[in-house]
Design a protein around this ligand. Sequence first.
Ligand code: GLY
Length: 368
Amino acid sequence: MSAIPDVLELHVHRHLVSHIVVGRDAWDRFLQRLTAEPTPTAVVTHPSIVETFPDLAATVRRLPDVHLLTWPEGEATKSWDSLRDLLDELFRLGFRRDARLVAWGGGVLGDLVGLAAALYMRGIHLWHVPTTLTAQTDSAIGGKTAVDTPFGKNLVGTFYPAEFVWVDPHFLMTLPEVAFRDGMGEVIKYAFLIGEPFLSWLEASTADLQRRDPEALETMARTCAAYKVRVVQADEQDWGMRQWLNLGHTVGHALEAMADYRGLTHGEAVLWGLVAEGLVACRRVGLKTIYLDRLHRLIEAWGGLRPLPTWDETRFWQALELDKKQRHGTVGFRLPLLVEPGRVEVVEDVSLDLLRQALVEAGLITGR
Ligand code: GLY
């Protein structure tokens, strides 16, 4: 018998191609596929979506073996309790490993449903039908799933990409103004990540986007999705290039945690983060101030930044320590910084002093 080595290697992969379908026919294509590939399916959505799109909900309800489940809205729904309730519901429905979960809603719902799909019987089929700007351009793509814990947001989760993400810009046409503006925080981030010609296109398309021109919405969604696909393809597990997508989020997440997720939206927090981290970038990686000026002009075009609801410096720094990019035993903060539109560098050792100085200059620390 040949000797068996003492260290055996088992190469494991989840063989999956995640299809991101972007277009104004995406909902129809979703229904076609749902019908063509029947398997027990739960489409999880919110009561507000059923109210806004009663015909679509009725169509889903009529499909054989498809259950429409309505789930509460808001960040509080991304909890352990909610996850357990959803899993219990799938047991009650008698789902097996060939079942399918569909998240029809925004990013919060997508994170929760994605985690439930990853955990139920160690993984069932998952599709997303994102309805918000944030979910269409960012969170539904790339497989991040999560629930929040008392220690922070998104600290428990998996990478579990959906087999299909159906991005239909029609959903953006009826999105409430506050939610649309919130999503623009991420889109403005994407504009600086992607660089030209998207940055100039976004600047020139403000009016079209503000009147929700379908073609402009589709261009925006498709461009952001294509960029995200490229980044996740290069670094699915978020150890390198995917951290570029966190531009503005290190400060942004800490601001949200400091405010107990009340009184400012995620998009607003990201924009404050882009401004503060942009100032750090000017000092550490040579970002030209003309790009900060363009950032400010875009922010103004979308209504400007409201003052923070609260400022608690101790809580801010505590929250920053919990940022998932930070590593044990390092000095300073790890931050993706914009070098120029289209180019990011992850800097390992941004000092507290430099970050603090940027927060003062951005107007976040006012000496209160
Ligand atoms: N939203 C950032 C990411 O998916 O990595």
